[in-house]
Design a binder for this molecule. Structure first.
Ligand SMILES: Cc1ncc(COP(=O)(O)O)c(C=O)c1O
Length: 456
């Protein structure tokens, strides 16, 4: 596989202007944030990379955006700057930072107990609602999407008696060792620089490109794969990668025919609609996982399963020891949050607002792309928008296309220095029920200005 992840300047952009803008915006960021700089210096003495999670250092600003508080769909930093937050913690804050229905529910629950281990009425309400909304009969609670994926994959192995999993190239499903792999000319290879904790991914994992049904057929034919794990629309490959017409039907047909379970990871694709892609695309998986946004800010993950998998899960604990879960999973605080999200926030009305603003934002970018005839495109999935530096949307995430770290950093910094914060990892924008139209318009104005400064 050739790969131009190292290419820094996409077509249409002037390299010298980009360098000058980066230098200027980095300096402006630091100069305007003395308290953030001081806190980062302190943090360097007690945190890896000076950030609470070491990978956060990969985000664009030279010192982290150091938040004093978050309200609505806005961040307020310790140096007195406000930002319209279009990153929304990568969907974990998709409903905004203080949605009144979620805040009221969580405040009330804090006075009634946060972690109890015994079930309550909310657990039943939530699992019934998940069953009706997403179509799978049985649901369990976890602490994160990572956990949900680990548990779901393990149950797939227990259900089928098979060892391997299959994933799509360059998908991300959390800190799940079997997925720390990438497809290269040598076949499945450990992800560079990532330790898979003793798991030999060459033995545990098969990988094919998204939208490649022929390769899928070939890899599933031997009947040794427990489950295919898939984002229904890929969001983690630097662009929004949609399924070809017929891809999901083919994926389901081949998995059924070969006795392979299908796990749909809905963690990042929920901006597609209130029933996620499972409902939007009419999917019929055996397992569904989700996390991040599910409890409105309280850590939680969920995994749903078919009767067949549920029977295997029941067998898993029949000898008394072990079991999949965490003491903190299904705590009443998290479950109350999930109920508030499902009952009061994830409605058609909420999604109409999110999608309307996402349309407006996408139109703004498309106009700028057209004005300057840039060979770029805008990727959309309901309330998620991201642009990529290629004229056509890619069909898979292994396909070479310019990621351009330098341009992404420059755009992020230019916008953030002027009060707009995009997702730190990908530059994507998400739209919450609390996102304001004026912030979308401000973004579009600034985007037009920065591109005018950068084009050849
Ligand atoms: C599709 C997908 N699944 C699962 C996860 C894991 O989520 P978490 O890190 O919250 O456990 C992620 C995280 O980015 C993700 O993008």
């Amino acid at each position: 596989m050739t790969d131009d992840r190292t290419a820094t300047v996409p077509q249409g952009i002037d390299a010298r202007s980009l360098e000058a803008l980066l230098t200027r915006e980095r300096a402006a960021w630091i100069e305007g944030r003395p308290k953030s700089v001081a806190l980062h210096e302190r943090a360097l003495a007690s945190q890896v990379n000076g950030t609470p999670q070491h990978w956060i250092r990969q985000f664009p600003p030279p010192v982290p955006l150091t938040v004093e508080r978050a309200t609505g769909a806005r961040l307020h930093d310790v140096d007195g700057h406000d930002y319209a937050d279009f990153g929304l913690a990568g969907t974990a804050a998709l409903w905004g930072h203080d949605h009144p229905a979620i805040v009221a529910a969580l405040r009330d629950q804090l006075g009634r107990g946060s972690v109890i281990l015994w079930p309550n009425e909310d657990h039943v309400w939530v699992t019934e609602e998940l069953r009706d909304r997403f179509g799978l009969p049985c649901w369990q609670f976890a602490v994160s999407a990572t956990d949900a994926n680990r548990f779901a994959l393990l149950l797939a192995r227990v259900t089928t008696g098979r060892d391997r999993i299959l994933m799509f190239n360059r998908a991300y499903h959390g800190a799940v060792e079997q997925t720390y792999a990438v497809l290269t000319e040598e076949g499945v290879t450990p992800l560079p620089g990532v330790d898979a904790g003793g798991v030999d991914v060459r033995r545990t994992t098969k990988i094919v490109e998204f939208n490649d049904l022929e390769a899928l057929e070939r890899e599933l034919a031997p009947g040794d794969v427990a489950a295919v794990i898939a984002e229904p629309v890929m969001t983690n490959g630097g662009a929004v990668v949609h399924p070809d017409p017929g891809f999901h039907a083919g994926l389901r047909e081949i998995t059924r025919r070969t006795g392979t379970l299908l796990l749909i990871d809905e963690t990042q694709t929920i901006p597609a609609g209130p029933g996620g892609c499972v409902r939007e695309l009419g999917l019929e998986p055996d397992l569904i996982t989700m996390g991040k946004w599910v409890a409105g800010g309280v850590p939680a993950g969920l995994y749903g399963m078919s009767e067949e998998v549920a029977a295997a899960a029941a067998r898993y604990t029949q000898h008394g020891d072990g079991g999949l879960g965490s003491t903190l999973a299904s705590g009443p605080l998290a479950v109350r949050g999930i109920r508030a999200v499902l009952e009061e926030v994830m409605t058609e009305r909420t999604y109409a607002h999110m999608t309307r603003l996402a349309d407006r934002y996408a139109r703004g970018i498309e106009e700028v792309i057209a004005t300057h005839r840039l060979p770029w495109h805008v990727g959309r999935l309901g309330g998620r928008v991201m642009y990529a530096f290629t004229p056509e949307p890619p069909r898979n995430a292994g396909q070479p296309y310019p990621r351009s770290a330098a341009l992404r950093e420059a755009l992020w910094l230019y916008l953030a220095n002027r009060g707009i914060a995009l997702d730190g990892m990908s530059g994507a924008a998400l739209f919450s029920p609390l996102t304001e139209e004026s912030d979308v318009d401000r973004h579009n104005e600034l985007f037009a200005k920065v591109i005018a400064e950068l084009v050849e």
